[in-house]
Design a protein around this ligand. Structure first.
Ligand code: ADP
Length: 355
């Protein structure tokens, strides 16, 4: 079992605040993602957990035990880096065995554990090969085997797939998640790639400039962004600006927003955060927009097609609704000519406003 907790963590490099995290709890067995643009403090946070970086302030706990002053090798955490950092002059077997030798385990025990890890990752036939005799994907597995073989309390991943080509990266995502769930081991995963974080992680912290902007499941992060940074960093996002005219249903948070150019749009607005008369941004994504059906009554608007782009399985349209540029998609079988005027529906169940 391993609950990882950060309390009042603060780390500065010169004038740059690399991490400023008042409170973070990563649950037992959870696959937890640190997601954000380059320089947002993900790696610093991970390295603080690993003990490779000392925070200026704050404490790190595992299962309630304060580990802030423990050196990395005493924390018993398995790490997989971007570069995998395999020793080029050692075989896969010796690479995997390395941490066990450091721990001075008996040879028999080392053999047993390396076998177990190799079997788990299905790399038994690679054990005698050197890193240069393996593909990127195979080296990556060896790196994961090396991390799990020490039976760590938790696993830490820092962009472990960025050296793989796009296709392999996608396949390995699912494998990593499967391995993590089978081992049931608390894991922290750093990435700047939203699709990767969504595919792999149970919960995600979205970071920028050293701070966590939002923590949630991929679905919560995507559909209920809490601020403008999260809304624009995740997915394809357009904003419509308006004022809250009234709450249509306050209990459910359905508000009517009147835009600067006089459109009335219904969207979800949290009554605890915004009230009547407040200026808000409505978050609109391509998948919140569809062609209006004759039976649709709410949030139906005229739109003009500005551009259509063929995307294989779908067509991507740039449209203008009032003065607002938006995008939406249709299946490739349905082709709407440019300059056509169409009627679209904005899904009021998914539109959400941020202050
Ligand atoms: P991320 O992993 O999200 O790309 P980092 O945690 O690596 O971000 O970096 C956060 C910020 O701290 C960045 O502005 C980076 O330039 C700075 N930083 C990180 N490590 C160092 C260091 N060793 N010395 C100086 N600045 C650093």
């Amino acid at each position: 079992m391993a609950i990882i907790e950060l309390r009042n963590i603060y780390k500065k490099y010169g004038k740059t605040v690399a991490a400023d995290i008042p409170q973070l709890e990563i649950k037992d067995k959870e696959f937890f993602g640190l997601l954000g643009p380059s320089g947002s403090g993900k790696t610093t946070t991970l390295r603080i957990i690993a003990g490779l970086e000392t925070p200026d302030r704050g404490r790190v706990f595992i299962d309630g035990q304060d580990i802030t002053d423990l050196p990395p090798e005493k924390r018993n955490l398995g790490m997989v880096f971007q570069s995998w950092a395999l020793f080029p002059h050692l075989t896969a077997y010796e690479n995997i065995a390395f941490g066990l030798r450091l721990r001075k385990l008996p040879e028999e025990e080392i053999r047993r554990r390396v076998r177990w890890a190799a079997e788990f990752l299905r790399i038994e036939e690679l054990l005698n090969r050197y890193p240069h005799q393996m593909s990127g994907g195979q080296q990556q597995r060896v790196a994961v085997a090396r991390a799990i073989v020490i039976q760590p309390r938790a696993l830490l991943f820092d962009e472990p797939l960025s050296n793989l080509d796009a296709k392999l990266r996608e396949r390995v995502r699912f494998e990593l998640r499967k391995i993590q769930k089978e081992l049931g081991i608390t894991s922290v995963y750093v990435t700047h790639d939203q699709a990767e974080a969504f595919a792999i992680c149970d919960r995600i912290a979205v970071m920028n400039e050293g701070r966590i902007h939002q923590i949630g499941t991929p679905e919560e992060i995507y559909n209920k962004p809490e601020d403008r940074f999260v809304a624009s960093f995740i997915g394809i996002t357009y904003f419509i600006v308006g004022k809250i005219s009234e709450y249509v249903n306050k209990k459910e948070g359905v508000a009517l927003i009147t835009t600067e150019d006089g459109l009335d749009i219904q969207a979800y607005a949290d009554p605890n955060k915004v009230s009547r008369g407040d200026s808000v941004h409505i978050v609109i994504r391509p998948d919140y927009i569809s062609l209006a059906k004759p039976t649709d009554k709410v949030n139906v608007f005229k739109a003009k097609i500005e551009r259509a782009t063929y995307g294989g399985d779908s067509i991507d349209y740039e449209i203008k609704v009032g003065k607002w540029s938006l995008r939406f998609r249709t299946p490739a079988t349905l082709k709407l000519p440019p300059r056509d005027e169409i009627k679209i529906k904005l899904d009021e169940k998914r539109l959400v406003v941020i202050p």
